[in-house]
Ligand binder design. Structure first.
Ligand code: NG1
Ligand code: ZN
Length: 547
């Protein structure tokens, strides 16, 4: 078969599998200590090339990043032609290939794929590549490029770039520029211009302030924000913190969106002043959260749930004012705060769905709506618009004579144009949030006052083998190990307004425990109880987390 021709050109196993780790293409690609990843990324470049050939030379993407994980980790995510995550059947091949013991096994798996999809050697693979600021990125990139060359791929390396930018570029290429051009200038121009147009319409800021203290997690988000600022002019005043990308030891260290969300406290590396607007992004800039402290130094977090409710409520009003027949829905995961779900259903009256963790599930379900809003509580999310919605709005804009309605329609169009629909994007999300806050004349306190979060706690336990866990009902029920869920239910019954669930992480070797209850003390107690239940039933390793 034609595959052999390529393989014969190649030296023996350039990147052997040391065989000491089992990999899984999980919630968001493959991640682990960067030292173990050379053969993995190399094989992923072979797989992504086949993916492109299988899709008749559609452009696909490969991103080298471990997002919010520590700097000595790294990872790889593959991107499908519309800028979405890799299709799930191919995730299985990715897992198989990463674990293949030797070159012969790799060849067999690749041959199996070629035969299954009847992949024609005439299609040239087309691949975009990017990486975050991690030190190991450059070394891993070499392994990727060698793999791409084996299949004589047409590839472009975008160097250090945010994950969502690479997703955007892939989509731009495959839509022949309809979505934009696959370069940084087009990306910043498209998103920022619509933001600036809408900003010009805002005449009275009321409580709103355009000043942002930005925590860049010492990663690529900080680097790219510097570029973005050239496009923003003075429409936002951004003070950049945690932007030391030269010292990669600092990446995500006590800062960034994941740190702030998980620890429910401000990051280090910047002074925290009461009633000031802070934004934190993660190490590859696909997550964003807001926070502030008040005069009494109380910390308030505005996470993905808050962004989703803010944006969905606003869009719903615009849709109603436009008179157009467009439906809107919101997608969350089990980690979303119970009170955000109540607020969405009872106050906003927007339909809400709950799906398993992982953007691919949220994205998929969001596409069921004309306008789908999806966010994980950790700040990873975006909006998706059906193609028909874009067409409808544009047609209406041409017909409409009424000034007020025209403005409403333009607002919908501008929001659509400042959205990176392919995946969660900290920069795009920030522009959208700032737009809504400005149009409403709100500061973060006003935003926070829309509903009150239930106190909650997220913790984790390391167990001998997390593969013994089996979960169902959008991850809210644990079926295995047997008896675990009954014990969780008993613990939950002791606390008012309580909820708790456990699930094995898809990106770390841990089991995650989530608890919420009427008070912080109760949420913490419940999380500790459930952690010890998991520890005892599922073979806990090391220290039991105490809160
Ligand atoms: P895992 O490790 O599977 O829980 C975490 C996040 C996901 C997602 C991925 C990818 C939580 C509880 N889980 O997944 O939401 O963002 O990382 O980065 O935040
Ligand atoms: Zn990320």
């Amino acid at each position: 078969m034609w595959l052999n021709k390529f393989y014969n050109d190649r030296n023996k196993d350039l990147y052997p599998n040391p065989g000491n780790i089992t990999f899984q293409y999980g919630t968001s690609g493959i991640r682990c200590k960067s030292d173990y990843l050379d053969h993995v990324v190399h094989r992923m470049s072979l797989l992504v090339a086949l993916r492109s050939m299988c899709l008749k030379s559609a452009r696909v993407g490969l991103m080298i990043t471990a997002s919010h994980n520590p700097q000595d980790d790294n990872g790889v995510k593959l991107i499908d032609p519309q800028g979405e995550m890799l299709e799930s059947t191919w995730e299985e091949y990715a897992t198989e290939l990463s674990n293949a013991l030797n070159n012969d096994n790799v060849c067999n798996i690749l041959s199996k794929i070629v035969l299954k999809y009847n992949i024609d050697s005439g299609y040239k693979p087309k691949v975009y590549v990017g990486r975050d600021t991690r030190n190991s990125g450059e070394r891993l990139l070499k392994a990727v490029i060698l793999g791409l060359k084996i299949f004589k791929s047409d590839y472009e390396d975008f160097g250090v770039i945010t994950t969502p930018m690479l997703h955007y570029f892939v989509r731009c290429y495959n839509t022949n520029g309809l979505y934009g051009q696959p370069n940084e200038n087009s990306y910043f121009t498209k998103l920022t211009n619509s933001f600036k147009k809408m900003r010009k319409m805002c005449s009275d800021y009321k409580n709103y302030s355009p000043i942002i203290e930005f925590d860049g997690a010492n990663g690529v988000g900080a680097l790219k924000l510097k570029d973005a600022m050239k496009y923003l002019d003075d429409s936002l005043i951004i003070n950049l913190h945690n932007n030391d990308v030269m010292n990669s030891r600092k990446l995500n260290l006590n800062c960034g969106a994941d740190y702030v969300k998980s620890n429910q406290c401000p990051p280090t590396g910047l002074s925290i002043i009461p009633n000031t607007k802070y934004v934190s992004v993660d190490g590859d800039a696909d997550r964003i959260i807001y926070f502030f402290i008040d005069e009494t130094n109380t910390f308030y977090l505005l996470d993905g749930d808050r962004i989703a409710t803010l944006v969905a409520g606003y869009l719903k009003e615009l849709i109603m004012a436009s008179g157009l027949n467009i439906n809107i829905g919101l997608v969350q995961t089990a980690y979303s705060n119970g009170n955000s779900t109540n607020y969405i259903s009872n106050e906003l009256k927007v339909p809400v769905a709950c799906v398993p963790t992982g953007v691919k599930y949220l994205h998929h379900t969001a596409k069921d709506y004309d306008i789908g809003v999806y966010f994980e509580a950790n700040g990873h999310g975006t909006l998706v618009f059906k193609e028909s919605v874009g067409i409808l709005i544009r047609e209406e804009l041409l017909k409409q004579k009424n000034e007020e309605k025209l403005l409403v329609l333009n607002k919908l169009k501008w929001i659509m144009d400042m959205t990176n629909e392919t995946v969660g994007d900290a920069y795009s999300d920030m522009l959208i949030v700032e737009t809504v806050l400005c149009d409403r004349g709100w500061n973060l306190k006003d935003w926070c006052n829309t509903y009150k979060d239930l106190p909650n706690r997220l913790t984790k336990v390391t167990v001998k083998d997390r593969s013994i866990f089996s979960i169902t009902n959008a991850e809210r029920i644990c079926i295995k190990p047997l008896g675990l869920q009954d014990k969780i239910n008993l613990a939950v019954a002791n606390y008012p307004m309580a909820r708790s669930f456990v699930r094995p992480s898809g990106t770390e070797d841990v089991v995650r425990i989530y608890a919420e209850a009427d008070t912080q003390a109760n949420a913490d107690r419940l999380a500790t109880e459930v952690a010890s239940i998991v520890y005892n039933i599922a073979g806990g390793v090391g220290e039991l987390p105490l809160l």
